[in-house]
Design a binder for this molecule. Sequence first.
Ligand code: CUA
Length: 316
Amino acid sequence: MWSGTPLFPERASTMALRVDGLYFFLVGLTVFFSLLIAGLIVYYAIKYRRRAPDAVGASTRGSMVLELAWTALPLLVVLVIFVWSAAVFFAMARPPEETLNVYAVGKQWMWKFQHLDGQREIDELHVPVGRAVRMIMTSEDVIHDFFVPAFRVKADVLPGRYTTVWFQATKPGRYHLFCAEYCGTKHSGMIGQVVVMDPSEYQTWLSGGVPEGSLAAAGAKLFADLACNTCHRSDAQGRGPVLEGLFGKSVTLQNGESVVVDEDYVRRSILTPSAQIASGFQPIMPTFQGLVTEEQLLELVEYVKSLQTLPQVQTR
Ligand code: CUA
């Protein structure tokens, strides 16, 4: 329908049709009421025009029926919009259980992608078709925004925290990736490509030359190099919490609150350890702010995540 028109991007994700459906509904509604109101203005302007120079308008009374109708109908219409868009929003905000996770780091002015198996890419992201992909994103400097029009997904990428977005591509191809937040001189050049591949091709691509090993393995090495393992021991004898089996659980903090151990919590615990101390522990961990790069943080986070699959040790 839109092929050949540069106005509309291709639909290449499971979310695209849902977003477009809502969008076209809104456009249709706007067009309908614009035409209706403009038409009525013209019609009545002609019908009730002043015919004699001394004509005076007839006085009118209010109409209860009319008042009720133009209160109730718009209410119904906006409620339809609310429920519909909320449904689309929830679908976008909640990734499925099983996702392929890819990390992204935005930086003036490039996109750096990091796959769990160790592959790194710049301004190009390879993903398989038909699988839900969850992007875990952060920025090294200013606010950027990850935007793939063909997938109808867009999310801010902020320094100092992780934001996530997910999509499931529905057809192989190359799609534009934009930065959609003004981020400095070369903002408009902060573009790239998402390459959607058949699963078999993707496997071939994945296995093509990874000198560095998996992200979690790099994290394990870093964990030892930074001597994290002297306090975070798996035998519960260390001065810090046991990390095995911790990811995804909920921990109680000293102030009685509880937080779920997700990527963001692990990240915060490395950079500002004293901010959210797990109950039963002393705030003795030094900060690693400025000592580890965003890429190294991803490795550490992924290492902590990987500890799930090792033999579980009693944590609490
Ligand atoms: Cu990065 Cu605009």
